[in-house]
Design a protein around this ligand. Structure first.
Ligand SMILES: NC(=O)C1=CN([C@@H]2O[C@H](COP(=O)(O)OP(=O)(O)OC[C@H]3O[C@@H](n4cnc5c(N)ncnc54)[C@H](O)[C@@H]3O)[C@@H](O)[C@H]2O)[C@@H](O)CC1
Ligand SMILES: [K+]
Length: 511
């Protein structure tokens, strides 16, 4: 699913009107009906029957006025409070006239008490995608009163004061919504941690916006949802053998961190790899062989950490990083691996795919000269701190996305910035936000599981580097969601994610 900018969203509205031969008032009515239907399902309880709708002067306020009329018709006790303005949009005026006289209307002021209903709901229809500057004056004062009132707030389209696709100055007034209900496509702002307190739970409702305009419009931002991923895993051919799904090599573990190697290996095996060999320090031999009997095991000359790179000929994909530790010897191993992957094709195994994670990323951050050796389409899976070690600090989440995009393009690699909406940057400058996963996965070892699964899918001959990476991220999150349904989020441990990789992949298998 695409994510469009605020400007493109306005164009999408226009294109929809032209294509479908409807007026903007009709589209506003459709929007208000979709919102109201959602609202009735969400707040059917008697306690939620008192509703205050705050309306700005533009079409967001017009939506609010139409919603007030529809909720009144559904027998909710509705009040409307209008933000004073020099002029209002034409569709606003149309819906102001249609508001039944039985709905009380007041005008908001900078000092007056907002009088938010204690047990009810406040609908925020002050500003949407038309916001052109930070809120000031009465609008800012109203938003501050609203936030202090600690009311249940539902924002129409966007929490007022929040830009859809750009950062707002620190300390500017933005509504803290409990729910944000938007239309057509998600907004970039919803996916960034810095906006979590404003947006709350968000939802996108279908209002039949022009599919052809969406298809034709270029954007770097994509949202990987369930529809995007249907059938993403190729079917396993009947006459396949273990060679069909590749032989992966995992370089992982150090004394005290063998669990990372075990988890990554388990995920790789559950990810459907044909064969897995792990190269681990000597101290981990018994641990590893006992816990992962399906994998083969090579031990390093060193007992406590990895100091050697094994012969790479047998492998299609190599994963390095989980539990590696940051011993200097690791730098040499990483350098040799990168050099081997860069050698002319006849001297190395065909298409050696790399997955680089955790301590291997920290080593890269400490030795940035190695970045020049990254082979094309290598996958890097940093969390924000690891990413910062590679690029330096970001001013805010939007700047971090710029750094991410730039890094992936410059090094021609795939970079997954991990988070609530993990973002996969491609060498061509696309940013794909993942939709699966839950807060229970913010637990030790969950990244190691992702690395193992990513490794399995990069070894899979039928998946392109991008398709493999996107599938791994999505399936990892989905496995976490299935696991959390069983264990609860607090009780979820990384091993539970491994157990649900199979079921998650099965959902995504091509029929
Ligand atoms: N255009 C359409 O066809 C549709 C629009 N819809 C709704 O319309 C919204 C967009 O409407 P608009 O483009 O009218 O924009 P808004 O309603 O977001 O606000 C725009 C108005 O506020 C003023 N403004 C901008 N920033 C301000 C600030 N900081 N302080 C004070 N005034 C400020 C603008 O000059 C303009 O008058 C969407 O978010 C959505 O809710 C929906 O009804 C769907 C259809
Ligand atoms: K709003």
């Amino acid at each position: 699913m695409k994510i469009l900018s605020a400007a493109q969203t306005r164009q999408l509205d226009h294109a929809t009107l032209q294509e479908q031969g409807i007026t903007s008032v009709e589209l506003m009515e459709r929007t208000a009906q979709a919102f109201t239907e959602w609202f009735l399902g969400q707040f059917a309880a008697a306690a939620a029957r008192e509703v205050l709708v705050l309306c700005g002067p533009g079409n967001n306020g017009g939506d609010g006025l139409a919603v007030a009329r529809l909720l009144h018709a559904a027998h909710y006790a509705v009040r409307v409070a209008l933000l004073p303005a020099d002029k209002q949009s034409a569709d606003w005026q149309h819906n102001r006239q249609r508001l039944p006289a039985a709905v009380p209307v007041s005008t908001l002021g900078p000092h007056g008490a907002l009088d938010a209903p204690a047990e009810g709901v406040v609908i925020d229809a002050l500003f949407g995608t038309g916001l052109s500057r930070p809120l000031a004056g009465t609008a800012a004062a109203v938003v501050q009163q609203l936030n202090q009132a600690n009311a249940r707030v539902v924002a129409i389209d966007l929490p007022s004061g929040l830009f859809a696709d750009a950062t707002q100055p620190a300390n500017s007034a933005v509504v803290h919504a409990r729910h944000t209900v938007s239309f057509g496509l998600p907004k970039l702002a919803f996916l960034l941690p810095q906006n979590a307190a404003f947006v709350g739970e968000w939802k996108v409702l279908d209002i039949g916006l022009s599919p052809s305009f969406i298809a034709e419009t270029a954007t770097p931002w994509q949202y990987t949802d369930v529809a995007t991923m249907a059938g993403a895993l190729p079917a396993r051919p009947k006459f396949s053998h273990k060679g069909t799904f590749g032989h992966a090599l995992l370089l992982a573990g150090s004394r005290g961190k063998m669990g990372a190697a075990v988890l990554a290996a388990g995920a790789c095996l559950r990810g459907g790899v044909g064969l897995l060999t792990a190269h681990i320090p000597g101290c981990g031999y018994d641990i590893f062989q006992v816990s992962q009997p399906e994998a083969m095991c090579l031990t390093d000359a060193q007992a406590d950490f990895i100091s050697e790179l094994p012969e790479l000929k047998p492998y299609q994909a190599v994963g390095i990083g989980p539990g590696l530790g940051q011993a200097e010897a690791g730098v040499a191993v990483l350098r040799q691996l990168l050099e081997a992957a860069n050698k002319p094709a006849e001297k190395r195994p065909a298409s050696l795919h790399l997955v680089i994670d955790a301590d291997a990323l920290n080593l890269l951050g400490q030795h940035r000269e190695l970045l020049a050796l990254l082979p094309e389409n290598a996958v890097l899976t940093p969390h924000p701190k690891e990413f910062e070690r590679l690029t330096g600090p970001a001013r805010d989440d939007y700047h971090r996305l710029d750094l991410l995009r730039d890094f992936a393009q410059r090094h021609r690699c795939l970079v997954l910035l991990k988070g609530a909406y993990s973002c996969l940057a491609t060498p061509t400058g696309e940013l794909h936000f993942n939709s699966t996963g839950n807060a229970g996965m913010a637990t030790g070892g969950s990244g190691d599981v992702l690395t193992g699964l990513m490794l399995a899918l990069r070894a899979h001959a039928q998946l392109s580097p991008f398709a493999a990476a996107r599938l791994a991220v999505y399936a990892h999150g989905r496995a976490g969601d299935l696991a959390a349904a069983e264990t609860g989020q607090a009780g979820l441990v990384a091993g539970d994610i491994v157990r649900f990789i199979g079921p998650a992949l099965q959902e995504l298998a091509r029929g």
